[in-house]
Design a protein around this ligand. Sequence first.
Ligand SMILES: Nc1ncnc2c1ncn2[C@@H]1O[C@H](COP(=O)(O)OP(=O)(O)OP(=O)(O)O)[C@@H](O)[C@H]1O
Ligand SMILES: [Mg+2]
Length: 375
Amino acid sequence: MNNKSIGILGGGQLGRMLVKAASDFGLSICAMDSDGDAPVKDFIRDFKQGDIRDYEQVMAFGKSCDLLTIEIENVNTEALRDLEAGGLEVFPQPHIIELIKDKSKQKQFYRDKGIASPAFEVVNSKEEVKALAHKLPFVNKLAVEGYDGRGVQVMRVLEDLEKGFDAVGIVEDFVPFEKELSVMVARNQQGEVAVYPAVEMVAHAEHNLVEHLFSPAEVSAEVEAKAEAIAVEVIEKLGMVGLLAVELFVTKAGEVMVNEVAPRPHNSGHQTIEANITSQYEQHLRAILGLPLGATEVLIPSVMVNLLGEEGYVGSTKYVGLEEVLREAGVHVHLYGKKQTRPYRKMGHVTIVDQEAQELKRKADFVKKTLKVIA
Ligand SMILES: Nc1ncnc2c1ncn2[C@@H]1O[C@H](COP(=O)(O)OP(=O)(O)OP(=O)(O)O)[C@@H](O)[C@H]1O
Ligand SMILES: [Mg+2]
């Protein structure tokens, strides 16, 4: 495997952490991103500035690698299909990226395969969203290019309908969930599957994006088993090679259903670097290289806090409170090296580990109020 050159489409923080894991395997990595200051750039020699959504540029980049993977779904899958047809190894497989990156196709897949997921219908315009007023409350989502909650509108009352997207999307039943879980699962080229214990995601009150998460999730053994079984079912029915993050809703009645999946390392798996036997990044590499998958067990309870750009600050990045948080035992700071901050931009994350629940919570609260990214 060591002489294989691996290409990554996308050079954000996920790519950056993937490259760090790859260096432990002595692999040579190249990456392409349109941002000349992409977070991955600090770690690799072969960085190519280019548009991952452009057919010609993806073709040219792919031809310079032995194996191609992604750290974001918004890539030119037509080029990936052609590269695959030409004999290049591309994992996850292009047709699966294509299915997942369009929420309407992804949801149709769950329907066709009998995988539990909220009921939905496809809409093509704001008018069509408004025509579904009798279905309120519901959630309107863009079919493509939504991320970090930016393509999601929860609609509760008639006035909310004005916020509907005037674009192709879905309208999905609102689920009054009790908890949101995420389960990482990996499948290698030989079909071996390894699933991680579920983690619990807590979203930001207004911004629909993960603010922090706990690992392992506090759920009954029954819910845990259901969540892991669904994750395995999804990756097996997809026949995907690589790492898959499965976001799930759990209702008060203990029902578990799929919200959405991401075919790559994920924000909800960062804590695996310090808190599980095998990190999600190493696991993704093992899967796409056809290596045996690593053990997934939790080593120590953890909280992962996303470090978002502070509201009211745009410009050159400055960190406040770094020394204070580093004085606490078990606080692992990951800064992504982004030179420019803006409100709610993902600038880093902190994983806090502790055997003791009360201490873990105290430290997480301390980190949240102390460590800030400003300009
Ligand atoms: N059907 C639903 N019922 C209730 N809440 C929902 C529903 N769908 C989404 N949400 C809420 O909105 C959040 C974002 O939705 P979703 O995960 O589909 O979008 P996303 O933009 O792809 O998010 P991200 O990139 O942050 O994972 C969910 O984590 C959940 O809190
Ligand atoms: Mg999501």
